[in-house]
Write a protein that binds this ligand. Structure first.
Ligand code: NAD
Length: 363
């Protein structure tokens, strides 16, 4: 029976990389009944909102979606369409595998890290008070009363909630992912020495969850500043990292950089029984419609989707074809060539064609 999957092509380069991804996924032989929905700038014209209810409903119903990047239009009341989708569907885990592929230019070789970032709270909860407002004044007064510490009157305030509930589920997610994918260790990352009641809680709960996996998966923790240095100096010592939202955002870009950058950075946002796959990069409007950009990050997000569906053989086939094409370095987009103005660089759809041909050849 065919899988029913929501596909959101997105804005800017989104439709091109989405089409390339759809064709490459289909080339593995999987049967998918695509439910194509819109979000972002492209949705405003028809629906008057960048995030139509129909799109959310389709993801809720199908429980699985893949999405091209969307631009966040200015002045629509949304901080970010992406953040709103994650919030509405409670996609609490952001998964970012960062892996070296031979042929991708990077200072590092053999990077194989997985970043698991908590997606719903921390300083990204969106609870903020603008400097000089009545609300900021009131919150400053209350905090001074309760904490007996002074806050400058001309301060802006952002609140950092970290809960047992959200920490338990994200750390459990990291362990379950590590076991299912035969990884060797989980590292919890925090700043518990300074922020005892938020990062301290994150560490304490991580240790409690880790006890349940003792003997099945190794566990350790690192302070976030030390983690940054260690990742730059000896990334091979690390495997699956689990982090609160803000550190997760920063460290996932650091790890993507170690592995070769945005062109190959795949990702997923996952909740209980529901998942949305998408590349890390944005809609790069200046390249829209030019058939120029690299489709690999979204295709590798498709590989993650196939693994999530339990379609391991098809996922392996697609990932191998991608790896071979990058390694051969012939049918690749400009960003994967030694010189960005290399006239032999191919376009988005031609790179997809080469991957599809490779898959066909591996049958
Ligand atoms: P961006 O990732 O779109 O582009 C930055 C630069 O990275 C581009 O100019 C291009 O040089 C390069 N690049 C990006 N993707 C590439 C690819 N596949 N192949 C080759 N080169 C690539 O980031 P931005 O300019 O900060 O954001 C543009 C828009 O995208 C904004 O509206 C932003 O809100 C949105 N955005 C969306 C998502 C998402 O949907 N998940 C993520 C990030 C940004």
């Amino acid at each position: 029976m065919a899988y029913k999957i929501t596909l959101i092509p997105g804005d800017g380069i989104g439709p091109e990389v989405s089409e390339a991804t759809k064709r490459c996924i289909e080339a593995t032989g999987i049967e998918i009944d695509w439910d194509i929905e819109i979000a972002g700038e492209s949705a405003i014209k028809d629906y008057g909102t960048p995030l139509p209810e129909q799109t959310l409903e389709s993801i809720r119903k199908n429980k699985i979606a893949i999405k091209g990047p969307v631009s966040t239009p200015v002045g629509t009341g949304f901080r970010s369409v992406n953040v709103e989708i994650r919030k509405q569907l409670d996609l609490y885990a952001c998964l970012r595998p960062c892996k070296s592929y031979e042929g991708v230019r990077s200072y590092y070789k053999n990077i194989d890290l997985v970043v698991v970032r908590e997606n719903t709270e921390d300083l990204y909860a969106g609870i903020e008070f603008k400097k000089g407002t009545k609300e900021a004044e009131a919150i400053i007064k209350k905090i001074e009363e309760l904490s007996k510490s002074k806050i400058r009157k001309d301060s802006g305030i952002s609140i950092k909630p970290i809960s047992v509930t959200a920490t338990e589920r994200i750390v459990k997610f990291a362990f379950e992912y590590a076991i299912k994918n035969k990884r060797r260790k989980v590292t919890a990352v925090h700043k518990a020495n300074i922020m005892k009641h938020t990062d301290g809680l994150f560490l304490e709960v991580s240790r409690e969850v880790a006890k349940k996996y003792a003997g099945k998966m190794e566990f350790e923790d690192r302070i976030v500043d030390n983690m940054c240095m260690q990742l730059v100096q000896k990334p091979q010592d690390y495997d699956v990292l689990v982090l609160p939202n803000l550190y997760g955002d920063i460290i996932s870009d650091l790890c993507a950089g170690l592995a070769g950058g945005l062109g190959v950075a795949a990702g997923a946002n996952i909740g209980d029984g529901i998942a949305l796959f998408e590349a890390t990069h944005g809609s790069a409007p200046k390249y829209a419609g030019k058939n120029k950009v690299n489709p690999i990050a979204m295709i590798l997000s498709g590989v993650l989707m196939l693994r999530y569906l339990g379609e391991e053989k098809r996922a392996d086939k697609l990932e191998r074809a991608v790896a071979d094409i990058i390694k051969e370095g012939k049918f690749v987009t400009y960003d994967l060539k030694a010189k960005r103005d290399d006239p032999t660089a191919v376009g988005t759809s031609e790179m997809a064609d080469a991957i599809i041909k490779k898959i066909a050849g591996s049958r």
